[in-house]
Design a binder for this molecule. Structure first.
Ligand code: ADP
Length: 454
C-alpha cells in the first residue's frame, strides 16, 4: 500500500480523499493555490505545498509543479479528484513515468474514452446501444446537413473532446444546424484545443441514467448499480439518486451489464462511470464514460455500503477487488443535492464571498460532504460547489421527507446558494412521483428568456 498520497485537487473532494487516506492510515499531502491559502481542508493534511496563483491554469492544472510537489514530499501516488487534471491522460502517463502512481484508470483507456467519438467506437464493439447518429466525425457543412436530414431534426452537434456541457448545440432546422456546427466547433477549439464534432439524434426529454463501475488491474470489473441524474439545469446535474425511480428491473439489469461489457472492452480499471440516456420507451443509449470519481459518488456509497475512494486507492496499489458482483446490493434509497454558491434568482450566476453563517443539517439518514464553514470565503476562481447534502432511507418516499427536513435545517448566510431551488424541487409532484427528465427544470421552472421562477 502507498505511504503517502498527494491530492491534486481542492474543496470537498480534497477533503473526501484526505478522509479516505486517514481511514486507511496513509499519509496525505495537499497542493494549493494562493486563492486557497489557509483553506480549512489544508490543515487536515500532513503537508500542504503552494503550487501557484488563483487561476487554475497557474496551479491546479500545472502538471510539472504537481509532480515536483509529489517528489519533494515523497508522495508515491496522486489522487486527481474530479475536474482539473482528473481526465487528462497525459497527466496520468507523466505521473507513472515519474514512478508516482496515478489513482485512476490506465492512461491508454483514459485517452480513448476521453474522446466521445472513440468511446462510441468502443461501445459499438462492446455491443452497447448508441444514440443514432453519424458514424464518425463530421468534416464539412454539407456532411452535417446530410446526416441531420438522414436522422431528422432535432439533432445534437457534439464536440468529441467536449465536457461540462461545452461544445454542444441543438439544431432544429438547417439554419440552426449550420450556425450550431460553426459555434460548437469554435467553442470546442477554444476550450479543448480540438474542434472535432459529430452529430447525434437529439432525444426529446430523456432521462440520464449512469452506472458506477469498479475494476481492478487483474481483469475483474463489477457494477455498483445505477444513479439517476435527470434533474439538470443546462445539462449540469443538480440532484442525483439511486436506485433510479420507475426503472423496470430488466432495463436496469441490461444497462448495468452493458456498462461492464464496455469497461472490459476498453481495458478499464479503477472507478468509472458509464453514462446513458433513456427514452420514453425505456430504450437506453450510451453517451460517454467519465474516467474518474464523480461528484455524485456518495449516492452509490450509501446504497451499496462500498467506500469508492478507498477502493480506488486499493486498486491503484494493485490489490484485487474486494467485492464480487453478487456482494453488491442496492439497499434503500439515497438522494444527493448539490449546494452551489450560485444565485437561482439571478440566472444561477456565481455567488462567491464570505460565508457569515453556516449551519449544516444532521440527524438520522443525513450525510453532508463539504469543506465550507462559518467564515470560509468561497473564492471566485473555481467550481461553485460548496456542499453535497445526501440522505439515505429504506424507501424513496422517506428519503424525500428527510431531504425536506435537512434542507429546512440548512442555514447559509453571506452567499447565495441553490438551497431554495432544491426546496422547490422536493415539493414538486413530478419529482416526488419520479417522472422528471433532463429538460424538466428549464421546461417547468423557467420559461425561455425569462430566468426568474414562474
Ligand atoms: P458533457 O460531457 O459535456 O457533460 P454529455 O455527453 O455527458 O456531455 O451530456 C450531458 C447532458 O446533455 C446529458 O445528461 C443530457 O442531458 C444531454 N444530452 C447529451 N446527449 C444528448 C442527446 N443525444 N439527446 C438529448 N440530450 C442529450
Amino acid at each position: 500500500m502507498f505511504q503517502r498520497v498527494l491530492v491534486a485537487n481542492r474543496g470537498e473532494i480534497a477533503l473526501r480523499v484526505i478522509r479516505a487516506c486517514r481511514d486507511m492510515n496513509i499519509g496525505v499531502v495537499c497542493v494549493y493555490s494562493t486563492a486557497d491559502k489557509g483553506a480549512p481542508w489544508l490543515s487536515l493534511a500532513d503537508q500542504a505545498v503552494c503550487i501557484g496563483t488563483g487561476p487554475a491554469a497557474d496551479s491546479y492544472l500545472k502538471i510539472p509543479r504537481i509532480i515536483a510537489a509529489a517528489e519533494k514530499t515523497g508522495a508515491d501516488a496522486i489522487h486527481p479528484g474530479y475536474g482539473f487534471l482528473s481526465e487528462n491522460s497525459s497527466f496520468a502517463e507523466q505521473c507513472r513515468e515519474s514512478r508516482i502512481e496515478f489513482i485512476g484508470p490506465p492512461h491508454e483507456a483514459m485517452r480513448k474514452l476521453g474522446n466521445k467519438n472513440e468511446a462510441k467506437i468502443i461501445a459499438r464493439a462492446a455491443k452497447v446501444p448508441l444514440v443514432p447518429g453519424s458514424e464518425g466525425l463530421i468534416t464539412s457543412e454539407e456532411e452535417a446537413l446530410k446526416v441531420a436530414r438522414q436522422y431528422g431534426y432535432p439533432v445534437l452537434i457534439k464536440a468529441a473532446a467536449g465536457g461540462g456541457g461545452r461544445g454542444m448545440r441543438v439544431a432544429r432546422d438547417d439554419a440552426s444546424l449550420l450556425t450550431g456546427y460553426v459555434s460548437a466547433k469554435q467553442e470546442a477549439e477554444a476550450a479543448f484545443k480540438d474542434g472535432s464534432v459529430f452529430i447525434e439524434k437529439y432525444l426529446e426529454q430523456p432521462r440520464h441514467i449512469e452506472v458506477q463501475l469498479l475494476g481492478d488491474q487483474h481483469g475483474n470489473v463489477i457494477h455498483l448499480y445505477e444513479r439517476d441524474c435527470s434533474l439538470q439545469r443546462r445539462h449540469q446535474k443538480l440532484v442525483e439518486e439511486s436506485p433510479a425511480p420507475n426503472l423496470p428491473p430488466k432495463v436496469r439489469d441490461e444497462i448495468c451489464k452493458s456498462a461492464v461489457r464496455l469497461a472490459k472492452t476498453a481495458g478499464y480499471y479503477s472507478a468509472g462511470t458509464c453514462e446513458f440516456l433513456l427514452d420514453k420507451q425505456n430504450n437506453f443509449y450510451f453517451i460517454e464514460v467519465n474516467s474518474r470519481i464523480q461528484v455524485e459518488h456518495p449516492v452509490t456509497e450509501l446504497v451499496t455500503g462500498v467506500d469508492l475512494v478507498r477502493e480506488q486507492i486499493r486498486i491503484a496499489a494493485g490489490e484485487k477487488l474486494k467485492y464480487r458482483q453478487s456482494d453488491i446490493v442496492q439497499k434503500g434509497s439515497a438522494i444527493e443535492v448539490r449546494i452551489n454558491a450560485e444565485d437561482p434568482e439571478a440566472n444561477f450566476q456565481p455567488s462567491p464571498g464570505r460565508i457569515t453563517q453556516w449551519y449544516s443539517p444532521g440527524g438520522p439518514g443525513v450525510r453532508v460532504d463539504t469543506h465550507a464553514r462559518t467564515g470560509y470565503v468561497v473564492p471566485p476562481n473555481y467550481d461553485s460547489l460548496v456542499a453535497k447534502l445526501l440522505v439515505h432511507q429504506p424507501t424513496r418516499e422517506e428519503s424525500i421527507r428527510v431531504m425536506r427536513r435537512a434542507l429546512n435545517e440548512f442555514v447559509v448566510e453571506g452567499i447565495k446558494t441553490t438551497i431554495p431551488i432544491h426546496k422547490r424541487i422536493f415539493n414538486t409532484a413530478a419529482f416526488v412521483d419520479g417522472v422528471v427528465d433532463t429538460t424538466f427544470i428549464e421546461r417547468v421552472f423557467y420559461s425561455p428568456g425569462n430566468e426568474s421562477p414562474k
